[in-house]
Design a protein around this ligand. Structure first.
Ligand SMILES: [Zn+2]
Length: 89
């Protein structure tokens, strides 16, 4: 499988959003202003959360998703305003 065509040199971290902020509070900025490489999903989509700190906050185990699954979360626009639709294939 070819690698997904996405920004190089940026490690994607998926945080769990809680009360409009990352659960790990890596920043106090709203999710719309997060730096590159930081994505988010709602807590209900915890299987997609790759941030260890966020998972620790919620008491979740580490994800079993591989890079390919995480890449599915990455949208071309750098500042998504809507949650990722994990149901679409
Ligand atoms: Zn986090």
């Amino acid at each position: 499988m070819a690698k997904a065509n996405r920004e190089p040199e940026v490690e994607i971290v998926v945080h769990a959003l809680r009360n409009g902020l990352a659960s790990c509070r890596f920043t106090t900025l709203p999710n719309s202003k997060w730096p590159a490489g930081h994505r988010w999903v709602f807590a209900q989509q915890k299987d997609f959360v790759t941030c260890a700190e966020c998972r620790a906050v919620h008491g979740w185990r580490l994800p079993e998703l591989g890079e390919a699954e995480v890449a599915k979360l990455v949208e071309p626009e750098p500042k998504p305003k809507e949650p990722f639709d994990v149901r679409s294939e």
